[in-house]
Write a protein that binds this ligand. Structure first.
Ligand code: SAM
Length: 243
């Protein structure tokens, strides 16, 4: 889950009242709630029915208190976001704000923590707990990195024509290190690359410093020194400007 404040800030920056906000990986619905509160219409997809239930509960709770005169109750589909073209009109989305699963990195981290980080400060000091989203083969969190990038490319290709000309898409991602040798995986630039390959413009990159949420820990002692990843990257993409 990412903070409501972050979704709020991005939606305010890249859309106006009445615009359509899209969230392909809705989770418990943070983007949709933020969009409604700001008077934006919104559509989301979520594969896991348990998260859909939580999101629907949150939406119902919030819609009792929303003051916007527009009909801003979000629409949430319990479906694979790869099917987005079946539900969205061409040129309709002003901004997509999402935090996708990070390929199978959560699964890898769970395994890794059982071995390498069993007694590490990353687990104890930061109270860091991770759990896979589902066992569904359509879940982007169950794809190895190459397949994840391939499917992300297809998702960007499907998203482009439903996005308004000049509209935006913001992908909140983290970089990673792959065990056992831990080479650095620059997910933010890989995501920007596959999006550009299918026609998106890389518009901006915002670094979200998360040092206040968890401490920076020195790992790999005594042979290879590296730190845990303490920031997320907001990859801001844009559908090509209309001349
Ligand atoms: C990082 S979480 C999103 C968290 C969200 N930003 C929030 O605040 O709750 C990624 C979500 O994507 C969902 N997901 C994974 N693959 C999907 C797919 N193919 N279609 C729709 N949702 C998917 C997972 O079930 C998970 O809830």
């Amino acid at each position: 889950m990412f903070p409501l404040k972050l979704a709020d800030r991005l939606i305010t920056m890249y859309s106006g009242p009445g615009d359509l906000v899209f969230e392909p990986f809705a989770g418990v619905g943070t983007t949709l709630i933020a969009a409604s509160a700001l008077g934006r219409r919104s559509v989301g997809f979520e594969l896991n029915p348990e998260f859909v239930k939580v999101a629907e509960g949150w939406i119902a709770e919030e819609s009792l208190t929303l003051l916007s005169p527009l009909d801003t109750t979000p629409t949430l589909y319990n479906d694979d976001c790869r099917n987005l073209a079946k539900y969205l009109e061409p040129n309709s989305v002003q901004v997509t704000v999402t935090s996708p699963p990070y390929a199978d990195f959560i699964r890898r981290s769970v395994e890794d923590r059982k071995k390498t980080h069993k007694t590490s400060r990353i687990v104890h000091d930061n109270n860091s707990k991770v759990k896979a989203y589902s066992d569904d083969t359509r879940d982007f969190g169950n794809l190895d990195y190459d397949k994840f990038l391939e499917d992300s490319r297809e998702l960007f290709a499907a998203l482009l024509p439903v996005t308004k000309p000049d509209g935006y898409a913001v992908w909140v991602v983290k970089d990673y290190r792959l065990p056992p040798d831990r080479p650095y995986i620059s997910m933010h630039s890989d995501i920007a690359k596959v999006a550009q390959e299918v026609g998106w413009l890389w518009h901006d990159l915002i670094v979200w410093d998360q040092n206040e949420q968890r401490r920076l820990v020195l790992l790999g002692y005594p042979t290879r020194f590296y730190t845990n990843q303490n920031c997320s990257f907001l990859v801001v993409l844009r559908r090509k400007l209309v001349k």
